[in-house]
Write a protein that binds this ligand. Structure first.
Ligand code: COA
Ligand code: AMP
Length: 624
């Protein structure tokens, strides 16, 4: 069935469509209703359904005879380690770690923060929470203690699971000092910390810390706890326009149904086949397509610890693809730009047998036409852009490999998938003509698996996403639909930037720069970068009378962002400028500055207060 046929089925009978998709999931109480809209705009999927998603990801496959099939290959060139888990082994590990958590008093609805590098224990901890009906919140290892502390205070976990270290190229990142600092900053103190010791750095645990290995040695497996389909599975924090991250709440049943559906329809993966998603479990792509979706489908997933390049070379992705017989690969375009920079002729790729690879999926940031062409020529397979967000949990727009590919248009992620009624509106909320840029919104209700609210903050959920255009979800992206219904994303309409596929708030960085005693005002803009897509750039105006060495000040500002947000923020360039261009009402002209920095024509608004300020900045901005 083609995308057009499937979309027509969904449009004619959306609830029937998702109830049929729900048949691919094992329920302890099969849902009879698809959608509860009684509290709109708070929609709930499968309100009468009950299930356990970890059972669906693991036990069900063991019971059905897949026990000896590989569920997860851990491949870590940075530590020289490879380890595979069969479905039976992974289920047993998860059941025992769930036993460890139970022993510490964790039960249904309790939160568990997971601050782990890309090791199998991250997936085990997530699935163990799911087994108990506990709510996990994975925090990306590249975030600094302050970011971790904010998440701890918001989620109020009973337990934190962490490790002695993560590995970045050329350095071992010790996690315990970061964790200790985060707990000093946080008001909420979790009752327990479980620490996995890695041989690369043995951490000095406190007496109250629980040692992962010792606890697992004594642990008893515990059974799956059925939960309501509408119960939260996890909280995943993502950048908003200020320094306070948003706690995206994911439901259980809607997510399970939607992810299972995408594995065949979008990613073209059948049970028993292998998918390799090169991301991090700290991001939504990792939650959905390293952990949950491949396992829900009875497929094999690859959990890769390392970078695409320099660990030790730019051929590691190709080695993984050939070694594990990968059928579909998924990563961010930035990874391909990094590989292309190191191996422009694809010499390393040709050293491996990539004949089993059918599709390459790219998401997380704009797929620039040059990277699209390079990857297509290198691999000779369809390179499929897909557009989505932490909030949606799975692709909104894609070219569905399992339904028959549509012609690819470079620069477009193709057409909306069933479940998502995508519209483009102008500033007054009216639909624009095809080909005309506007705000991309989704008509409510959104598909199963989309966020149900922000953790503990229904009001903020409505204010952030649902109030700009009543009846629609505001994606925060701008772009247009062409005459064939293909969507072209042109970039964010807010202060969020995308650095190496990592979503970051420039507002959050501005808050840190502005707190420096020498800074009167500042702006952070995202400027084009050949590998990372975008990088932040700071512009600061000093308080009058400040007489600091500019080099020292710049270093202090860079260090403070690194210390407070983390190295991933990648703010390395700061310009000290005499003034910032503003409108007469005092709004800083960030967009005009960004366009000038990128060498693009900038429409200077007629409301500009003093055009000379912007003119004076041109040479500084162009000199990046
Ligand atoms: N723990 C600690 N530090 C981390 C980290 C982690 N988990 N992840 C990144 N960092 C650090 C890096 O070491 C680097 O520090 P440095 O400034 O001292 O060098 C900094 O954060 C920036 O990291 P990153 O953005 O990853 O840049 P990079 O130059 O190390 O690598 C890429 C660039 C493109 C190769 C890499 O970002 C990548 O592979 N990204 C694509 C895949 C992906 O994860 N996408 C996410 C969504 S799909
Ligand atoms: P995240 O929530 O971290 O997954 O980031 C989501 C944001 O990344 C989106 O709102 C877009 O701005 C951007 N993004 C993700 N995928 C794509 C894509 N395929 N094309 C363009 N932008 C994308």
């Amino acid at each position: 069935m083609s995308l057009a046929d499937v979309t027509a089925h969904w449009q004619n009978d959306p609830e029937g469509f998702w109830l049929r998709a729900a048949e691919a999931i094992d329920w302890t109480r099969v849902p009879e209703r698809a959608l509860d809209d009684s509290r709109a705009p708070f929609y709930r999927w499968f309100p009468d359904g009950e299930l356990n998603i970890a059972y669906n990801a693991l036990d069900r496959h063991v019971d059905a005879g897949r026990g000896e099939q590989a569920a997860l290959h851990y491949d870590s060139p940075v530590t020289g380690t490879k380890r595979s888990y069969t479905y039976r082994e992974l289920r047993d590990e998860v059941a025992r770690f769930a036993g460890v958590l139970t022993g510490l008093g964790v039960g249904k609805g309790d939160r568990v923060v997971i601050y782990l590098p890309m090791i199998p224990e991250a997936a085990i901890a997530m699935l163990a929470c799911a087994r108990l009906g506990a709510v996990h919140s994975v925090v990306f290892g590249g975030f600094a203690p302050k970011e971790l502390a904010i998440r701890i205070d918001d989620a109020r976990p009973a337990v934190i699971v962490s490790a002695s270290c993560g590995i970045e190229p050329g350095r071992v990142v010790e996690y315990l000092p970061l964790l200790d600092q985060a707990m000093e900053l946080a008001t909420h103190q979790p009752a327990h910390r479980i620490i996995l010791q890695r041989p690369q750095a043995v951490a000095r645990q406190t007496r109250s810390d629980v040692d992962w290995t010792a606890a697992m040695a004594d642990a008893q497996p515990v059974p799956c706890v059925p939960v309501a389909a509408t119960d939260p599975l996890y909280i995943l924090y993502t950048s908003g326009t200020t320094g306070k991250p948003k706690g995206v709440v994911r439901d259980t049943g809607g997510y399970a149904v939607a992810l299972r559906w995408t594995m065949g329809a979008v990613y073209g993966i059948e049970p028993g086949e292998t998918m390799f998603t090169a991301s991090d479990v700290g991001w939504v792509v990792g939650h959905s397509y390293i952990v949950y979706a491949p396992l829900l489908a009875g497929a094999t997933t690859v959990l890769y610890e390392g970078k695409p390049v320099k660990t030790p070379d730019a051929g590691q992705f190709w080695r993984v693809v050939s070694e594990y017989g990968v059928r579909s690969m998924f990563t961010a375009p930035t990874a391909f730009r990094a590989i292309k920079k190191e191996d422009p002729d694809g010499t390393l790729a040709r050293q491996y047998d990539l004949s089993g690879l059918r599709h390459l999926f790219l998401a997380g940031e704009r797929l620039d036409p040059e990277t699209y062409r390079w990857a297509t020529e290198l691999l000779g397979i369809p390179v499929i852009d897909n557009w989505w967000q932490t909030e949606t949990g799975w692709p909104i727009v894609a070219n569905p490999a399992g339904l028959g590919l549509l012609p690819i248009k470079a620069g477009s992620s193709t057409r909306p998938l069933p479940g998502w009624d995508v519209r483009v509106l102008d500033g007054s909320g009216n639909p624009v003509e095809s080909g005309v840029d506007g705000a991309i919104v989704i008509k409510l209700p959104m598909a199963p698996g989309a966020l149900t609210t922000l953790w503990g903050d229904d009001e903020q959920f409505v204010a952030s996403y649902l109030s700009a255009y009543p009846g629609y979800y505001l994606t925060g992206d701008g772009g247009y639909l062409d005459e064939d219904g293909y969507l072209f994303i042109m970039g964010r309409t807010d202060d969020i930037i995308n650095v190496a596929g990592h979503r970051l708030s420039t507002g959050g960085m501005e808050e840190i720069l502005a707190a420096h005693p020498a800074v009167a005002e500042c702006a952070v803009i995202g400027v084009a970068d050949p590998v990372k897509g975008q990088v932040p750039r700071g512009l600061v105006v000093l308080k009058s009378g400040v007489d600091t060495d500019p080099a020292v000040l710049r270093a202090e500002l860079v260090a403070s962002v690194r210390e407070q947000i983390g190295a991933v923020a990648a703010l390395k360039e700061i310009d000290i400028v005499p003034a910032l261009p503003k409108t007469r009402s005092g709004k800083i002209l960030r967009k005009s500055m960004r366009l000038i920095a990128d060498g693009r024509p900038a429409n200077v608004p007629s409301t500009i207060e003093d055009p000379a300020v912007l003119e004076a900045l041109r040479p500084v901005l162009r000199n990046s």
